[in-house]
Ligand binder design. Structure first.
Ligand SMILES: [Zn+2]
Length: 261
C-alpha cells in the first residue's frame, strides 16, 4: 500500500501487527513509522491518530514510553541476534500506559539472517498488544518469510533506478540468463566478485527486478528459468547479509545459473 492507503486504513481503525516501510528517504520512512506508532497508541476521539491526545503528542516529541526505536549499535553494520532477541522478549511485556506497545526497527534490512530468524516467531504470533514497524531501505534484504508476515508500505512506488553503470551490468546478466547464454554468464558472473559491499545488494536487486518485470514479455524467462534465476539471486542476497565475500557469491551464482534449464 502507499502512504494514502496507509492513512486511510489507520484512520478506519485497521492496524496490523507488522509493517515494512520502504521507499522514499530515511526521513520519510521515519515519519511513516511515527504515524503508525501514533495510530497504535492514540487514545483520542475520532480517526487515529488524532494528533492531539496525550499519546499522539508524546509520539511526536519522541518520548512515548510505549514506543521504542531500535537502532544498530554504534559502529555495527548489522542488528545482532542478541539485540533482536532482547527486543523479542520486551515485546511480551505489557505496555506502560498506552493500549499497545510499538517497536520501530530502524535499518531493519540490516538485521542479519540469525536476527531475522529470531524475530520471525514473534512476527508470526505477535503478542496482542505489540506492533512492529520495520523501516527498510532495501526490503529485498529481508527474508521472504519475514516479508510475507508484514504489510508493506511503499512510500515511493517505482523508486529511482540504481546507478546506471550498475544497472547496465545487471541487465547484461539478466539478458544472458534469459537467453541461456552460458558463455556470456561465465564472462559476466565473475565480474560480480569485483563489486563492493554496497553495490552488491543493489546489483542483485536490479537483476531480480528485470527478471520479474520481463516475465511474460517477448524474450522474458520461462517460469522455471525465472524461479531458478530469482532463487539464485535470493541465495546470493542472503549471503551478502551474512558477509560472504563477493567472490565466493559469484562462484556459487555461476554454478547455479550455468548449465541449468
Ligand atoms: Zn491521538
Amino acid at each position: 500500500m502507499d502512504l494514502s492507503a496507509l492513512k486511510e486504513r489507520l484512520s478506519s481503525g485497521r492496524l496490523f501487527h507488522t509493517y515494512i516501510v520502504t521507499g522514499g528517504d530515511a526521513a520519510a520512512r521515519e515519519a511513516a513509522g511515527d504515524l503508525i506508532a501514533a495510530a497504535a497508541v492514540c487514545t483520542g476521539e475520532g480517526p487515529a491518530p488524532c494528533g492531539r491526545c496525550r499519546d499522539c503528542v508524546k509520539v511526536r516529541k519522541g518520548i512515548h514510553p510505549d514506543v521504542e526505536h531500535i537502532d544498530r549499535r554504534e559502529d555495527a553494520r548489522e542488528h545482532s541476534v542478541d539485540d533482536m532477541r532482547a527486543v523479542r522478549a520486551r515485546a511480551f511485556v505489557m505496555p506502560n500506559e498506552a493500549p499497545r506497545s510499538v517497536f520501530v526497527i530502524r535499518d531493519a534490512d540490516a538485521m542479519n539472517i540469525q536476527a531475522q530468524n529470531a524475530m520471525l516467531k514473534v512476527f508470526e504470533e505477535p503478542p496482542p498488544h505489540a506492533v512492529f514497524v520495520l523501516l527498510a531501505e532495501n526490503p529485498m534484504r529481508l527474508l521472504e518469510t519475514v516479508r510475507s508476515r508484514g504489510e508493506t508500505v511503499n512510500l515511493a512506488p517505482g523508486r529511482a533506478e540504481c546507478d546506471p553503470e550498475l544497472a547496465a551490468k545487471a541487465r547484461a546478466l539478466y539478458e544472458a540468463a534469459a537467453s541461456g547464454d552460458d558463455m556470456a554468464l561465465a564472462r559476466l558472473v565473475p565480474e560480480i566478485g569485483k563489486l563492493s559491499r554496497l553495490e552488491l545488494p543493489e546489483y542483485i536487486d536490479a537483476a531480480r527486478r528485470l527478471a520479474v518485470s520481463g516475465f511474460g514479455r517477448p524474450g522474458g524467462m520461462t517460469p522455471e528459468r525465472l524461479a531458478q534465476f530469482t532463487g539464485a539471486l535470493d541465495e546470493a542476497d542472503r549471503m551478502t547479509a551474512v558477509n560472504v565475500s563477493a567472490g565466493h557469491i559469484s562462484g556459487l551464482l555461476l554454478a547455479s545459473l550455468c548449465g541449468g534449464i
